[in-house]
Write a protein that binds this ligand. Structure first.
Ligand SMILES: [Zn+2]
Length: 219
């Protein structure tokens, strides 16, 4: 594979070297910057051949190419039971970054059948219409499960020497996580290359119905 390049290290020293040498990306811009495990996925770093690169530059002008790839990132999150997620970061989403995450119930109880607006109130005779568009609401069949980032500095500032002090179990757990991240980046890269072969960019003029308010002379 492209990002998952070598066989998994087996020794404490090998795992500590692998983890401390892994590419990282800065995840915030505050006074105390944090970093987390990452991979650069800029076009020139994906190992594409010439015709793939040319096609990629065209595909990336589309508004929805990321939608096709998000399924790969979602698959990783599901495999991790929502405890970790991968998010694109940087200019043109040029880096894939590993975050700690959690699944939570945002507390919504009903949704508008017309516009999809979510409400914290159950449908009742007193409250059955959408506050946004006035359409009828329905109660959700089960609570929503959304995901949010709870940690953006996985092993930030941890050195090779620090890692040698970790237990073998902790090192192995972290190795499994980071290699799963590497594999997910590989799967996403392969999906992108498949996209290049299976799609082409179509330019479409979309007519958007608009309500415009303008002054009309009345006298
Ligand atoms: Zn509505």
């Amino acid at each position: 594979m492209f990002f998952n390049t070598s066989a998994a290290p087996k020794t404490k020293d090998g795992i500590a070297k692998f983890l401390s040498g892994h590419p990282r990306y800065q995840t915030n811009s505050g006074v105390h910057p944090l970093t987390s495990y990452s991979h650069c996925v800029k076009l020139h770093r994906l190992g594409l051949n010439r015709s793939e690169s040319e096609k990629a530059a065209s595909i990336m002008q589309s508004d929805d190419y990321w939608r096709e790839l998000r399924g790969c990132l979602r698959g990783f999150q599901d495999d991790m039971q929502g405890r970790y997620q991968i998010s694109p970061m940087g200019r043109n989403s040029g880096h894939l970054v590993l975050f700690e995450a959690e699944v939570y119930d945002p507390g919504y109880k009903s949704t508008c059948r017309q516009c999809g607006h979510l409400s914290h109130q159950l449908v009742s005779p007193q409250s059955s219409h959408c506050g946004e568009c006035g359409g009828l609401r329905s109660n959700l069949k089960k609570p929503l499960s959304w995901s949010r980032v709870i940690g953006s500095g996985i092993d930030h500032g941890v050195t090779y020497r620090d890692m040698l002090d970790w237990s073998m179990v902790d090192l192995q757990d972290r190795l499994d996580l980071v290699r799963a991240f590497d594999s997910a980046c590989d799967i996403t890269r392969s999906a992108f290359i498949r996209l290049l072969n299976e799609f082409m960019l179509i330019e479409q003029v979309v007519m958007v119905p608009q309500t415009v308010k303008r002054l009309e002379r009345i006298c």
